[in-house]
Design a binder for this molecule. Structure first.
Ligand SMILES: Nc1ncnc2c1ncn2[C@@H]1O[C@H](COP(=O)(O)OP(=O)(O)O)[C@@H](O)[C@H]1O
Ligand SMILES: [Mg+2]
Length: 227
């Protein structure tokens, strides 16, 4: 379960201060597929980064299970994150000159997974996203849809409880976008919590719950399963 309570984030610059996220409280049970929607600039990415341990809130608390993310020291949080949380971004952030296999191995090294366990787990993750046949290809030769499948494999290879995806289909055509949505749904069915930012109404409708942000606040929170 992920919870946040009165989560807020302020940014300050020369022109003044701006509350990107304001008083957001959420409880997300395990195995939920939740989407976050809202206009550009409504605070979606800021919220996701705070929920995922990447950005300290100005006010409020984030918990994953019993663990309060920002009560930990920064290095503890980094360690916790690489075992508990997987991230998928619109722009992939893969090492283009490395192979698919090496890209997954990097995050296992960071998580200090013993050498002997890596191969089997990498192959299992790549099998889940249908990319095992490309494991020795350099990332730079892959299509966008293939790169995003590798990103999902990288996000799940350390077997996290939670996946965060910030517009993962944003650069993809319809068909590849649908593949990514199906893979995220499968991860949910295996018990992971998936939180997805999307601009696409159809993708949001395919999730269990839609949280709409406006000017950093929750405008609506709709349960899709009972409607
Ligand atoms: N690092 C930052 N410094 C200053 N302002 C920021 C920063 N990150 C985001 N913002 C501002 O916070 C608001 C919300 O941004 P963001 O969370 O990226 O929105 P969204 O993902 O919904 O488009 C925007 O007005 C944006 O300009
Ligand atoms: Mg964003």
């Amino acid at each position: 379960m992920i919870t946040c309570d009165k989560l807020s984030r302020k940014f300050e610059d020369a022109s003044g201060e701006l509350w990107a996220v304001r008083d957001v409280s959420l409880t997300v049970p395990d195995g939920t597929f939740l989407s976050v929607v809202g206009r550009s600039g409504s605070g979606k990415s800021t919220l996701l980064k705070m929920l995922g341990g990447l950005l300290s809130p100005t006010e409020g608390v984030v918990r994953i299970g019993e663990t309060s993310l920002y009560e930990m020291k920064e290095d503890e949080r980094a360690d916790y994150r690489c075992h508990t949380i997987g991230f998928i971004f619109q722009d992939y952030f893969l090492e283009e000159l490395y192979t698919v296999y090496q890209n997954l191995e990097i995050v296992m090294m960071i998580a200090k997974v013993p050498d002997a366990e890596r191969k089997e787990r990498i192959e299992r993750a790549l099998t889940q996203v249908g990319m095992l046949h490309k494991k020795d290809s350099k990332v730079k030769v892959l299509s966008g849809g293939e790169k995003q499948r590798v990103c999902i494999a990288r996000a799940i290879v350390n077997e996290p409880q939670v996946l965060f995806a910030d517009e993962p289909c944003g650069n993809l055509d319809y068909e590849n976008g649908q593949t990514i949505m199906r893979l995220l749904r499968e991860q949910c069915e295996q018990g992971k919590t998936v939180i997805l930012i999307t601009h696409n109404r159809e993708d949001a409708m395919a999730t269990d719950r839609i949280v709409t942000l406006q000017d950093g606040r929750i405008e609506s929170d709709e349960d899709q399963r009972h409607s």
